[in-house]
Write a protein that binds this ligand. Structure first.
Ligand code: G3I
Length: 315
């Protein structure tokens, strides 16, 4: 084989965020995806607001199809995400009493993890629960349920699928930041009291002109707590216009992140947040940025793609 997946060490999954509608729309896109990646993350399909747009009114189709696609193409499925403050369904009303809200959250975790038991190898159980200072983010879950909601979510998920690897996922924590220190303390505390946290996901939404500080050392200290680590949502956005110099800086950052992952033995998964500049979330969210992925908008490989190939070859 020639794609990234054939070059990866046996213990490392190489993934991309994915949406079923992208796979349906373009056979060339689908080919690049299946040739290069042996893992996928549901970019949106498994978010609570999309799964249960009305109370009890589930829409499983996009999510089920993605899981089936992954199984059919030898791709491990990474579940994203059970508890995320921006994906709370609009029908949930914060003024409801604590017990009701707690039951809803428990039922959600149990239902989703249970449905994909044995089919999803890892879950982002909680996503972005920290603020920029490294304390717990002020969300509906913290306000209604207190800080124990995090441990509860992990326990519920573990009960629903004892074999799934359970991750805490965060952004802005790839390098040694204050927020990364907060994440480190949180994971250490959770582990100390026996909460089934098995891994820490580092989203890695990077900018072309900033290198995270000591990524390898940072990942290593988490690994030393006895958890796996994963790069879960890597992209490197460029301020427009794109220039050869910026593409080169981008290439270095992709290399930097893959090297860090390859260096830390418990790094089990390296995932990019989409692989095509045509469909990346960056284009709509940051109108003055773009070109964040390893394939350009015509699906031609960029220097960053070649860097991943080289880095996998030289390990
Ligand atoms: O599919 C609908 C479309 O039918 C509709 O016409 C259109 C109008 O707004 O919306 C489309 O849905 C959008 C969806 O992306 C699919 O493109 C949503 O509005 C939009 O909010 C959604 O954005 C996603 C975002 O999370 C919010 O859930 C991005 O695709 C996705 O890349 C992004 O991913 C997050 C991770 O989950 C967590 N970490 C950060 C990362 C980037 O923000």
């Amino acid at each position: 084989g020639t794609g990234l997946r054939s070059l990866a060490p046996a213990n490392l999954r190489i993934g991309s965020a994915m949406e079923m509608k992208l796979l349906d729309a373009d056979p060339r896109f689908r080919d690049i995806f299946t040739t290069n990646f042996n893992a996928l993350t549901a970019e949106n399909a498994m978010k609570w607001r999309n799964l249960e747009p009305t109370r009890g009114g589930y829409n499983w189709t996009p999510s089920d199809q993605l899981v089936e696609f992954g199984q059919a193409h030898g791709q491990a499925v990474y579940g994203h995400t059970l508890v995320w403050h921006t994906a709370v369904p609009s029908w949930i009303d914060e003024s409801w009493d604590t017990e009701t809200i707690r039951d809803l959250l428990r039922n959600h975790v149990t239902t989703v993890v249970g449905r994909y038991r044995g089919k999803v190898w890892a879950w982002d159980v909680v996503n972005e629960v920290l603020d920029e200072q490294g304390g717990l983010r002020d969300t509906i879950w913290l306000r209604k349920l207190g800080p124990g909601y995090i441990a509860d979510a992990f326990r519920w998920a573990h009960e629903a699928d004892p074999n799934a690897r359970l991750f805490i996922n965060e952004y802005g924590t790839e390098g040694r930041t204050r927020k990364a220190d907060g994440l480190f303390r949180l994971v250490r505390e959770l582990r100390a009291v026996g909460v089934p946290v098995h891994g820490v996901g580092f989203q890695s939404h990077l900018r072309w002109d900033r290198t995270p500080d000591d990524t390898t050392g940072n990942l290593r200290r988490f690994a030393d707590l006895g958890v796996s680590v994963a790069i879960t949502e890597l992209d490197v956005r460029i301020t427009l216009p794109v220039t050869p110099e910026k593409l080169q800086r981008q290439e270095r950052l992709y290399r930097h992140m893959l090297r860090a992952c390859l260096t830390v033995p418990t790094c089990e998964s390296f995932t990019v947040w989409g692989f095509s500049d045509a469909t990346s979330w960056i284009n709509t969210t940051y109108p003055d940025h773009g070109a964040a992925c390893v394939f350009d908008a015509d699906l031609e490989p960029k220097p960053a793609y070649d860097a991943l190939v080289e880095t996998l070859r030289e390990r």
